[in-house]
Design a protein around this ligand. Sequence first.
Ligand code: PLP
Length: 434
Amino acid sequence: MQAVPEGLPEDTVPPPSAIWHPFTQHALAGPAIFVDRAEGASLYARDGRRIIDAISSWWVNPHGHGHPRIAAAIAEQAARLDQIIFAGFTHEPAERLAEKLLAITPDAFEFVFFSDSGSTAVEVAVKMAVGYWHNLGARRSRIIALEDAYHGDTFGAMSVGHRSVFSAAYGPMLFAVDHLPFPSSGAEQRTLDALEALLRDRGEEIAAFIFEPLVLGAGGMRMYPAWVLAAMAELCRRHGVLLIADEVMTGFGRTGTLFACAQAGVVPDLLCLSKGLTGGVLPMGATLATRAIYRGFYAPDRAKMFFHSSSFTGNPIACAAALASLEIWDAEPVMERIAAIAAFHERRLSALRPHPRLADVRQTGTIAAMEIRVPEGGYLSALAPRLYDFYLENGVLLRPLGNVVYVLPPYCITATDLERIYDVIERSLDLVED
Ligand SMILES: *Cc1c(COP(=O)(O)O)cnc(C)c1O
């Protein structure tokens, strides 16, 4: 059996590490960068470099690394109660966190289901939506999603996400989903028409519509206006289709408001949270549900319970980190920081807008994206790794999505670091060939 295709390094060459990294082609990637310490928006590598974390360590970190309030809460909780089975047992940090999450989200939410990641928060929401209709005896099990959506990498989350090279191998195993065209600028009506037609033809079969509100993250930081979200939600409501908001990335201030749905006045039935929840420090997911959803499973019949758990559900240390992170919103001027970053983006983006190498620049709150003009052909796939290397050589962690360079910083980032990020991006545009 030929394990390694010709022209590639043999896999018998001792690798620099035994770790198989996520989203990494090890036959092409260099060794991973060793990071020993992080503080605020700075990563300190073993080789002595300071690297600016311009993407909040893959979109998870709102307040910066090493926040003393979160570190202290973790230490204290670890010494008191580290982990406990969550079926039949509960604890103070989980109870307080559930109450706090309900206090900062619309009143319609009354219950919180904990899990471990964004993917699992999505799995839980999809299972709740489909299980809800099942328990009601309705034949609604189809899901609507947006083209280019990303909802995670487990099978259910992959199914509702965009189909691409990422999921190609697993295509036959993914369940069928109705994907709507992305509501790109000027073509919003096409999306609304597609949704309306779908609901007219098979509305009775559809359990839920899952969406990333306002910004499709991994799909290339594609942005759409709040009125489109409101219109899509309204159409679904008319046909009794449940709404699942995946705010795993947009939640906790990313889009300028605490949650993105608020900008559209949309209150979903299920809300998925993760990433920023624990201050980006410990893995945790949460799925918030309305009373109606909860009631769908509430019966003197064990067969109707929600059949889902994971070993670390409601982990006390993660709950304590999340509570500490949420306290920071009250103790520090976080919303002001968010507004300042948004204003900063606006200023630098408007200067970059006429740049001949840029096809588009866009922004929602603290997320700024620049789409590089690339000629047709195979050049595109080589561009992102080249840019990535250039940014790192210049002390900035940016991880372009194809030809889209985006900035998604922790809210504590300094203006000096932001200037530096944009200066490096501007210089990188000279690397792009015609
Ligand atoms: C990152 C992300 C997920 C998956 O979260 P994980 O914690 O990586 O499993 C789901 N949905 C959205 C919108 C995301 O950005």
